[in-house]
Design a protein around this ligand. Structure first.
Ligand SMILES: Cc1ncc(COP(=O)(O)O)c(C=O)c1O
Length: 394
């Protein structure tokens, strides 16, 4: 029986009564508990004033670290540090390499722009070398990526767990990460961008967490809105980011700031400076809601996978020129993220079709010529049926 989660999103849903919000992969609706969290943030700020950061550290950050760690299968919650966006962490990690050094990166052709643009800009500015392995064909991706590393060492390895422009996910993640760890030299920094997997695909990072940086955030499947991301760093990392703020040595704030710049021993060494902690309040409230409902990533995934399967089964009953099986990027036997992608000829085709769908209250988005349709726990089979009844025939 399908469990109805819509009631937890009543405030967003009430404001969008006839809309099919199939951009859950891009920006989830927020559950009602996040509104209370916003008020809690305000009240705590008023109550604790100058002592607020100690309070927030103990009562908000630490419990949220623990909730995240439980979700991603980490045994070291103290290695989690919060920031406003993943770009902040990418810049901080990049600042660990010598300024103006010609360092090398192994990555894919399908990384989100926070990394993609930054890497391209560094290519232009400093002449770093960036080797991009195409994600397609996905069936051979793992072996092609591993082979590139066998051929040559890199200073940084950066790739997504689920690719933002297709929903394709890395298969056999543990074995794949293990292969990278074995081949990479000890000072290679390895980063896995888990944004499209966090609170979507069941993930356990513990087998590789002592060597790999894991990045994710709250805007998408964690339903907490913008302004909250996290980095899980390998315990004992001695990297010293040049891009560093006062939070990176929170415990040493009152000490003399002389000599070599000191860093926290745990994940906080990758922190920046003052930021709005409201996003962490919201994230905590969502993760507590998940816990109270017994909603682990596995259950969330089952819900969305059922919707995807139902959607795909309905494709057989339509001969729509764009939304059809032939245009769908999906292999039923391979892991896949929480959105379905249709390849629609040109970017213009995709943009025009998105606009057409919006006029009938169906929200989708596109990256290039890839139309993306994402479902979340506030969708039900009835929403998919409604989509097919609204779908224009041409
Ligand atoms: C794979 C991936 N990583 C990260 C992000 C978010 O980046 P940022 O937090 O820098 O805005 C996105 C957003 O779409 C994404 O798709």
């Amino acid at each position: 029986m399908q469990i109805i989660y819509k009631k937890y999103f009543s405030r967003f849903l009430t404001l969008h009564p006839n809309e099919l919000h199939f951009t859950a992969h891009s920006h989830h609706f927020w559950p009602d508990v996040t509104r209370d969290a916003v008020m809690r943030h305000w009240d705590d700020s008023a109550r604790y004033v100058d002592n607020k950061w100690e309070w927030i550290m103990d009562e908000v950050f630490h419990p949220t670290q623990k909730l995240i760690a439980d979700l991603i299968g980490s045994e070291t919650p103290e290695q989690i540090v919060f920031g406003a966006n993943t770009h902040e962490f990418i810049c901080r990690l990049l600042s660990c390499f010598r300024r103006e050094a010609v360092f090398s990166i192994l990555t894919t052709d399908s990384e989100f722009q926070s990394f993609g643009r930054q890497a391209r800009r560094l290519e232009e500015e400093v002449g770093i070398t960036v080797k991009k392995i195409p994600v397609e064909p996905i069936g051979t991706f793992n072996s092609r990526f591993i082979e590139a590393l066998r051929q040559q060492q890199f200073d940084l390895i950066f790739l997504s767990q689920v690719f933002y422009n297709s929903g394709r996910a890395i298969a056999d993640l543990d074995a794949f990460m293990q292969a990278l760890i074995e081949l990479a030299s000890l000072d290679t920094v390895i980063v896995l961008d888990g944004y499209h997997a966090f609170c979507a695909l069941p993930t356990t990072i513990s087998p590789f967490a002592d060597r790999v940086f894991y990045l994710a955030g709250g805007y998408k499947y964690a339903q907490a809105g913008e302004g909250v991301c996290f980095l899980h760093s390998p315990p004992g990392s001695e990297l010293r980011p040049v891009n560093t703020g006062w939070f990176a040595d929170f415990g040493g704030l009152s000490s003399d700031q002389h000599g070599a710049v000191a860093y926290a021993k745990d994940g906080l060494r990758f922190a920046g400076a003052t930021f709005d902690p409201g996003g962490v309040y919201r994230l905590k409230s969502v993760l507590e809601l998940f816990r109270s409902l017994g909603l682990e990533s596995k259950k969330i995934h089952e819900h969305v996978k059922n919707l995807q399967d139902f959607f795909i089964s309905r494709l057989g009953t339509t001969d729509h020129p764009l939304i059809n099986q032939g245009n769908l990027l999906y292999d039923s036997g391979s892991p896949h993220g929480h959105f379905l992608t249709f390849v629609l000829g040109s970017q213009k085709n995709a943009a025009d079709f998105c606009t057409q769908l919006k006029k009938i209250g169906v929200y989708t988005d596109h990256r290039g010529n890839h139309l993306r349709m994402g479902f979340g726990i506030y969708h039900e089979a009835a929403d998919i049926k409604e989509f097919f009844s609204r779908l224009p025939k041409t």
